[in-house]
Ligand binder design. Structure first.
Ligand SMILES: NC(=O)c1ccc[n+]([C@@H]2O[C@H](COP(=O)([O-])OP(=O)(O)OC[C@H]3O[C@@H](n4cnc5c(N)ncnc54)[C@H](OP(=O)(O)O)[C@@H]3O)[C@@H](O)[C@H]2O)c1
Length: 249
């Protein structure tokens, strides 16, 4: 609970146009956060913003391709222009491409590393001053929540590039908590198996989408994390699906 109710709580959500990021943005809006929503598709972003805007909160949008350094930089600047403090940074934009190690085009590896690791690193670096400001006046501190993947925890054939990028993202979250925890800034990776979104459309003939993890499950955990005191640091949460084999997507 914020002991400074006069200060508006702010959050930046990447990948907010669809899927997990959109569900998290809706949860944060319901909890009264001012939001900056980012993705590439401006029409989709405007639709989400129109749905989440209320009399109580402000919702802005910014388009940014996370594979483009200049656009990531511009997104960070847009956030800093909105408020000097940032309570929650949700990193949900992600690129997933499959391919065995013997044949994955290196270009695809580069794209996944850019979107899933480099852009999160860049945003965290530029927004840390604002996260520290928020943490300085809130008992919950400031939170970075990165949507990683169970594939970043245990390997999955055909997902070497994606899994490596997500393992690196999990490591980035750990080091951020280690470096900034005493300033009240901590990071959590959320590492789900298959979640029913556009990203898992190709799996629908093998796994019934009704039996996948829901975007609401991930949003619910995000909400809980945002309410934890600054003294509870949570490095990584794995969400897996029911079944005898827990350690698979
Ligand atoms: N679905 C799963 O099973 C699953 C499991 C584990 C982890 N994840 C992770 O969860 C996160 C969200 O995925 P999702 O399942 O919600 O997928 P989704 O429905 O396909 O949404 C992906 C989001 O990321 C944005 N995005 C994609 N590439 C981008 C780029 N180059 N620049 C900026 N934004 C980009 C998309 O917006 P635009 O297209 O408008 O840019 C969209 O908002 C990802 O990091 C993903 O790796 C998903």
């Amino acid at each position: 609970v914020d002991s400074h109710p006069a200060r508006r709580r702010t959050a930046l959500v990447t990948g907010a146009s669809r899927g997990i990021g959109r569900a998290i943005a809706a949860q944060l809006a319901a909890d009264g956060y001012d939001l900056l929503l980012a993705a590439r598709d401006v029409d989709a972003l405007e639709d989400v913003a129109a749905q989440l805007r209320t009399d109580q909160n402000r919702v802005s949008v910014a388009t940014a391709n996370m594979a483009d350094e200049a656009e990531v930089e511009a997104l960070a600047s847009a956030q800093l222009a909105l408020a000097p403090h940032l309570d929650v940074l949700v990193l949900a934009a992600g690129a997933a491409m499959s391919g065995a190690i013997d044949s994955l085009p290196l270009r695809r590896l580069d794209t996944q590393l850019a979107v899933n690791l480099r852009a999160p690193f860049h945003l965290i670096q530029r927004l840390l001053p604002a996260l520290r400001v928020a943490a300085g006046s809130s008992p919950t501190g400031a939170k970075v929540i990165a949507i990683a993947s169970i594939t970043g925890v245990v390997s999955e054939t055909g997902l070497a590039g994606y899994g490596a990028s997500k393992a690196a993202l999990i490591s980035l979250c750990e080091t951020l908590s280690a470096e900034e925890g005493e300033n009240g800034v901590s990071a959590t990776a959320l590492s789900p198996g298959f979640v029913d979104t556009d990203m898992t459309e190709w799996m629908r003939d093998r796994i019934d989408p009704a039996e996948m993890i829901t975007v609401g499950d991930v949003a619910e955990l995000t909400r809980a994390l945002c309410r934890l005191s600054r003294y509870a640091v949570v490095p990584n949460i794995v969400l897996t699906r029911p079944g005898a084999q827990l350690w698979r997507a």
